[in-house]
Design a protein around this ligand. Structure first.
Ligand code: GLN
Length: 491
């Protein structure tokens, strides 16, 4: 399989009859088979994908296409409910759950003729930054350090989604991002990860983690593909009361990399001595490049940045503890027999949830309990408002903000810190964006001294996805990042 397949290039190949959807789907299924060691997929929908591909080829013959992208196979994070296809959220408690409905986002993919290759591994209930909390085991990053043969984390929680795109186990995938789960794994795997504004993409039919923060988005090889994919999945949905009625734009058609006269902010609070020198260098180089391309670079301040992580780790678990109350063994999912109803609930939940999920439920229940509610939950909500106003002020001065995506590049699976709070620091640059409900994108910029990808993050004001993609495209066009991992799993 060539590495340069993109949604854009595949649409042209299909249009010119250079390849059929069935051939393409078979190629990717072969890649999935030979890439088993990456552990990207929880479920491979082999038969269904091939049947759907044949149907797409027939539509092409009869000139009855659903979209230009009809027949292109993609991967779906195992958090989107898919009718008739197991949806586990990478949890034991949902390991046997087969939804009888389709999420709005996956329905939109189907409406565009995209073919689902299967469901991608992720952290359990999307809680984590390493993909190690999955009931189905960790995902391996397609990248390895030049100095070691040890396996690396792909990031999380959309680790399978990012690794699959990076390792050519699909051309593009769907992820979700509550505190960084699209952008952080994209950064660790040299892919492009886009978290849209809160409300831009419907959450209906996605297994909920923290409903005021969750947002679905694409992981792709290029910024152009991110625009194409956002066109397919975005828009108002009556079934999601938090989905925005703001008209969506034609992101791909209107992609315009001209950034002359734009103002780009560099937030001083994101600077740190602990940032690896190579990440700092990329950040500086990118700012210089934007300047050369006609933008003005301004130092800005987002004073409440350092309070974002503590606020997130109160709000997200609080919402999670409430969302996860529904998994009780009664209606669906795992049920462990008990002596009576309460015993059944307790056994089901203690066997069905993994440690990290239990930790979040405990934290969430604690911060919501009477007596602590004001001290923790209400306080965290106040901090959230302050963070939002930091960005409101910043966007009076600048068009976009440039930061690193993550405080480090991918690290060894075996080296994950045992202290969960250390792990939570992975999201330090991404979490404020979710708290403020803004769109953010991570794009690969360079590789570090170990040949591991470094991602940079761009942020714009709410519903300014077009501007976000335009600036990202400007960088992409200028640097032409084309590093790909050596496929060690094929040897
Ligand atoms: N890593 C963060 C967490 O564990 C973010 C997860 C996400 O965005 N789904 O909560």
């Amino acid at each position: 399989m060539k590495n340069n397949y993109t949604l854009k290039s595949l649409a042209t190949l299909l249009e010119n009859n250079k390849i059929s959807s069935k051939e393409l789907t078979s190629e990717y299924l072969k890649n999935i088979e030979s890439g088993k060691e990456l552990n990207c997929y929880n479920t491979v929908s082999k038969e269904k994908a091939l049947i759907d591909a044949e149907k797409s080829d027939e539509r092409r013959k009869s000139q009855n296409l659903r979209s230009k992208f009809d027949g292109i196979p993609i991967g779906i994070k195992d958090l989107f409910c898919t009718k008739g296809v197991t949806t586990t959220a990478s949890s034991k408690i949902l390991s046997n759950f087969v939804p009888n409905y389709e999420s709005t986002v996956t329905q939109k993919c189907d409406d565009a003729g995209l073919i689902s290759l299967g469901k991608l591994n992720c952290d359990e209930f999307a809680m984590g930054s390493t993909n190690k909390t999955s009931f189905f085991g960790p995902v391996n990053n397609p990248w390895k350090s030049v100095n070691s043969n040890n396996k690396l984390v792909p990031g999380g929680s959309s680790g399978g989604s990012a690794a699959a795109v990076s390792g050519d186990l699909c051309v593009a995938s769907l992820g979700t991002d509550t505190g960084g789960s699209i952008r952080q794994p994209a950064s660790f795997t040299g892919t492009v990860g886009l978290k849209p504004s809160y409300g831009r993409v419907s959450r209906w039919g996605i297994v909920a983690f923290a409903s005021s923060l969750d947002q679905a988005g694409p992981i792709t090889k290029t910024v152009e593909d991110a625009a194409i994919f956002l066109d397919i999945i975005s828009g108002h949905d009556e079934k999601d009361s938090t989905s925005s009625v703001n008209p969506k734009e034609n992101y791909y058609e209107n992609l315009n990399p001209d950034i002359k006269g734009m103002k780009i902010g560099i937030p001083k609070e994101f600077r740190s001595d602990k940032l690896p020198a190579s990440t700092q260098k990329s950040w500086d180089e990118c700012a210089d490049l934007l300047k050369i391309n006609g933008a003005e670079i301004l130092d800005i301040s987002l004073p409440h940045t350092m309070s974002a992580l503590p606020a997130y780790y109160i709000i997200a678990p609080a919402e999670a503890s409430s969302n996860l109350a529904r998994y009780d063994g009664v209606r669906y999912g795992l049920r462990v027999k008990g002596n009576d109803l309460i015993d059944m609930y307790e056994k089901t939940r203690s066997e069905g949830f993994g440690d990290e999920v239990k930790r979040r439920i405990l934290i969430g229940t604690y911060v919501l309990s009477s007596g602590y509610y004001d001290a923790y939950y209400i306080k965290a909500q106040k901090i959230r408002s302050l963070i939002k106003s930091d960005y409101v002020e910043a966007f009076k001065k600048v068009d976009a903000i440039l930061t690193p995506s993550t405080p480090s590049t991918a690290f060894e699976i075996a080296n994950e810190p045992s202290d969960p709070v250390q792990n939570y620091l992975n999201d330090i640059f991404t979490v404020p964006v979710n708290l403020a409900g803004l769109p953010g994108i991570s794009i690969p910029f360079a590789n570090d001294e170990n040949n591991l990808p470094i991602g940079l993050q761009l942020i714009t004001n709410s519903f300014e996805e077009q501007k976000l993609l335009n600036v990202a495209r400007n960088i992409e066009e200028t640097i032409n990042y084309s590093e790909t991992p050596e496929k060690w799993w094929l040897k």
